[in-house]
Design a protein around this ligand. Sequence first.
Ligand SMILES: Nc1ncnc2c1ncn2[C@@H]1O[C@H](COP(=O)(O)OP(=O)(O)OP(=O)(O)O)[C@@H](O)[C@H]1O
Length: 252
Amino acid sequence: MPNGDALIDCRGVTVRFGGVTAISNLSLSIREGEILGIAGPNGAGKTTLFNVISGHVKPVAGEVLFAGERISGLPPHKIFQRGVARTFQLADVITEQSFYANVLVGAHFAKDRGLRGMFRFGAGSYVAADTAAERYGLGNRLGIRGGTASLFERKMIMLASAMAHKPSVLLLDEPVGGLSEEESDTLLEHVQRIAAEGTTVVVIEHVMRVLTSVAQRLVILNRGELLFDGAADDAREDKKLQELYFGSTAEV
Ligand SMILES: Nc1ncnc2c1ncn2[C@@H]1O[C@H](COP(=O)(O)OP(=O)(O)OP(=O)(O)O)[C@@H](O)[C@H]1O
């Protein structure tokens, strides 16, 4: 359960791409232990927000704090090593390497091993990769080449490698997009378990009924600004949202 402390604090974050303002002076706290859902129409700035938190995009103004320390400005691998892991909207794997090697890479680079340790997989990485591969249902396909993985398998490989060293925060960018109902349910069960075991989870998802089935709190972005921040149950009652979001293109 959330204990209410802000684990990630975005303060006045602005991101621009040329003339496009993707995020505009956004302040948002992600509380320790919660599952936070993020929704919003196409181009609202959801993925950009993840990119700022994970260090893939630098804000032109504002800052991001993790556990009270500024992480904006750090490179992505340093932020990952601090305990902020993520998955990507496009489920990508190393196609020429096995399922196992893909997970092992995540397990290895989740820790800062210094210059010498960086080039050698140690026992700790293997143990973490073994455990994560088993946990995320990859145990009987470890030797298979990544390039042959189905969409669901690619998503599970990404999840296993993000989770191998039990990060404090997991950012999931449209984790169930393209999956069958059964595959979505399996993935969402993993998400619930990850949260129950103490990792703070942030999920971007378009389909509101998927989002409200896992998230206690919802943030809705529109044109880079915060449109709603509150209990998932209250989102449907919000008049502004009904007009701008539920009434238009969003699948409910
Ligand atoms: N690397 C980039 N270069 C230029 N413009 C970008 C870049 N990344 C995002 N944008 C623009 O920033 C805005 C926000 O994009 P973002 O991908 O964050 O939205 P989103 O809410 O995740 O959308 P979707 O639901 O379609 O994934 C959009 O106008 C997008 O075109």
